[in-house]
Ligand binder design. Structure first.
Ligand SMILES: [Zn+2]
Ligand SMILES: [Zn+2]
Length: 174
């Protein structure tokens, strides 16, 4: 099989990343080869918004965008266990910067009222959502599609673990 690129899936902060399976599967959906790296990239003190007690994605990204990617790596998905927000949102599951080919995923809220299987499925969906942005996809109006925007775990659970045919066509997967 010919991969469309390599994605580094890297732990961000001290909370251990989930096991590789749902993360690697999310990369495979886009025919990306993945490197699963549990060596943590540290989170910095100034990246927390002290009043909200949440990490500010824009502060994290402004630092991470200045780092160069390791040889042979096209994309980076950073996975953190801490709570994350950006801009006007109370929280976000993730943020992607397609122009820099990096994305963040926070697993903090994905475990809510979930056993292991559901937790893994949510990680798969939201990791695939962020990787989809990196591959050039925007939000999709099909609420079953992984690329539909999720503002709660209910939204995540409502999605199917698939890309709709429109999204697949847009990036040449069909
Ligand atoms: Zn999105
Ligand atoms: Zn779609």
């Amino acid at each position: 099989m010919k991969y469309r690129g390599t994605i580094l899936i890297k732990q961000l902060g001290r909370i251990p990343m989930p096991p590789s399976k749902p993360l690697v599967s999310a990369a495979s959906l886009f025919v990306l080869k993945s490197i699963y790296d549990t060596t943590p990239e540290p989170l910095e003190k100034f990246e927390i918004d002290e009043k909200r007690n949440q990490y500010d994605a824009s502060r994290i990204l402004s630092r991470l965008t200045s780092k160069s990617k390791p040889e042979g790596v096209d994309y980076v998905l950073y996975v953190m266990g801490e709570d994350l927000f950006v801009g006007k949102f109370n929280f976000v599951f993730g943020v992607a910067l397609p122009s820099f080919k990096i994305a963040l995923l926070s697993t903090y809220r994905l475990g809510m009222n979930a056993g292991w299987k559901l937790y893994e499925e949510r990680i798969f969906k939201e990791a695939a959502h962020e990787i989809g942005h990196l591959m050039g996809l925007e939000h999709c109006y099909n609420s079953n599609c992984i690329m539909s925007f999720a503002n709660s775990v209910l939204d995540v659970d409502r999605k199917l673990p698939i890309l709709c045919s429109d999204c697949m066509r847009k990036i040449g997967l069909i």
